[in-house]
Write a protein that binds this ligand. Structure first.
Ligand SMILES: Cc1cc2nc3c(=O)[nH]c(=O)nc-3n(C[C@H](O)[C@H](O)[C@H](O)COP(=O)(O)OP(=O)(O)OC[C@H]3O[C@@H](n4cnc5c(N)ncnc54)[C@H](O)[C@@H]3O)c2cc1C
Length: 401
């Protein structure tokens, strides 16, 4: 083989299509069909990218955007939309900028990819799980579990991460990359909810907040802050405010939540309302300042505060203390997601050992990487698939050079 792509996910198929324009390309896929994870993206609707410029995308990858700059510029989010549209897949954007196929069917996205593979004579060999890879004089030798061996002059590892192992991504690529000399940044789960150890808000499971602010700290040091929609779950918390920073969190960290999203304004409002409507109950004042009644009663009960007291009878210090419960409520994180529900893997092939202009290994010439196997993880909203398209296109084109 000229070029072997290990992994038939979005990154691998895209790399294969772009490499096939002037080389013989084979995709080796461990499952019986390619793109199984793609089919479950956005509950089967496939949020395939986001509106925006490459520059705007750089901030969406947990501080790792700089590595992706060349890839995003060489295959931009706009090009993703026009590439699929040109091939007959109409795209549509939500108000928040998320881009989907107009049909809202991930299967249509996969069909475009497999049709292009067929058009450019990309061979897809399924049920071929690459177990080991070694460098040979002429390129690489790849062995399958049943002993079959193939040789290729160049290879692209596009085996994804470790989440949702039923879709075929279970970390094989990390072992393959390691055996070819690469360092692996310890894989972590990302785009997932968290379990809170002291979850006294469990009865409020399902209550959502349009804009909350979270702060995560470890051993007294701040790790990250983020703002966005948040939802209370039976285990802890989820929603973009949590999910988009989950790959930075660890069990044992403290998460402090401002359910109001705007501490100063909320406290000002509580003080105003308490002085204007002193005969109202404390709980009512807090509710009228913008907190759902269910959260007010659960929080006050947990703090042992009598919400039935008239607000005029509450001292300013007590009033501030009560308001603070809603703007800085702390929980210990017991667990960050799990393998079956987390949507991405943070960690993976150390990007400092990969040429960002080509996606080629800096250690082993002829070896390329694409997609989630790399140590990059994006926020929710189409950023991870865009990373797959951009790194896939770049790796595919570069391995022809
Ligand atoms: C539930 C869910 C919803 C998501 N929704 C979105 C979304 O809407 N938008 C978005 O941007 N991102 C979304 N993501 C993330 C996105 O799906 C991934 O980032 C993307 O699929 C990564 O593409 P990839 O090609 O790198 O890896 P994968 O899609 O994981 O593909 C890797 C492929 O390699 C194969 N493979 C693995 N090991 C071997 C081996 N040893 N030999 C041969 N083949 C192998 C696997 O079988 C698999 O087919 C979602 C993820 C999940 C789990």
């Amino acid at each position: 083989m000229d070029i072997a792509v290990i992994g038939g996910g979005p990154a691998g198929l895209f790399a294969a299509i772009h490499a096939s324009q002037s080389g013989k390309v084979t995709v080796l896929e461990r499952g019986d069909t390619p793109g199984r994870k793609l089919l479950i993206t956005a509950s089967g609707q496939c949020n395939l990218t986001h509106e925006g410029t490459p520059e705007e995308f750089l901030h969406r990858y947990q501080g790792k955007g700089e590595f992706l700059k060349s890839a995003l510029e060489s295959f931009t989010p706009g090009e993703t939309i026009s590439w699929f549209t040109r091939l007959g897949l109409k795209c549509t954007s939500n108000e928040d900028g998320k881009v989907f196929p107009a049909s809202r069917r991930a299967a249509d996205v996969l069909r475009v990819l497999t049709d292009q593979c067929a058009k450019f004579n990309v061979r897809i060999i399924s049920d071929f799980r690459v177990n080991s890879a070694s460098k040979t004089a002429g390129g690489f030798s790849l062995c399958c579990a049943d002993g079959k061996t193939v040789r290729a002059s160049r290879i692209i590892i596009a085996t994804g991460g470790i989440t949702c192992p039923a879709t075929g991504s279970s970390g094989d690529g990390f072992k393959l990359a390691q055996s070819l000399g690469h360092r692996i940044v310890t894989p972590r789960l990302g785009l997932c909810g968290i379990t809170a150890a002291d979850h006294f808000l469990r009865p409020l499971s399902g209550v959502a907040f349009s804009s909350a602010v979270i702060r995560v700290s470890r051993n007294g040091r701040d790790i990250c802050t983020h703002e966005g929609p948040l939802v209370i779950t039976s285990k802890g918390f989820s929603g973009p405010a949590i999910v988009d920073r989950s790959s930075r969190m660890d069990a044992g960290d403290t998460i402090t939540i401002d359910f109001t999203g705007s501490r100063q304004a909320f406290i000002k409002r509580v003080i105003e309302l308490a002085s204007l409507r002193g005969s109202r109950q404390l709980a009512t004042v807090i509710h009228e300042a913008g907190i759902p009644r269910s959260l007010v009663s659960c929080m006050l009960q947990h703090a042992g505060i009598d919400g039935a007291r008239k607000s005029a009878e509450v001292s300013k210090k007590q009033l501030l203390g009560t308001a603070n419960l809603f703007t800085s409520s702390s929980f210990t994180i017991a667990q960050v997601g799990d393998l079956f529900t987390a949507m991405v893997t943070a960690g993976g092939v150390d990007t400092s050992e990969v040429n960002h202009r080509t996606m080629e290994s800096l250690l082993t010439p002829g070896l390329f990487f694409a997609g989630e196997v790399l140590d990059i993880d994006g926020e929710s909203g189409g950023y991870n698939l865009q990373a797959a398209w951009s790194t896939g296109a770049l790796a595919g084109r570069s391995c022809l050079a």
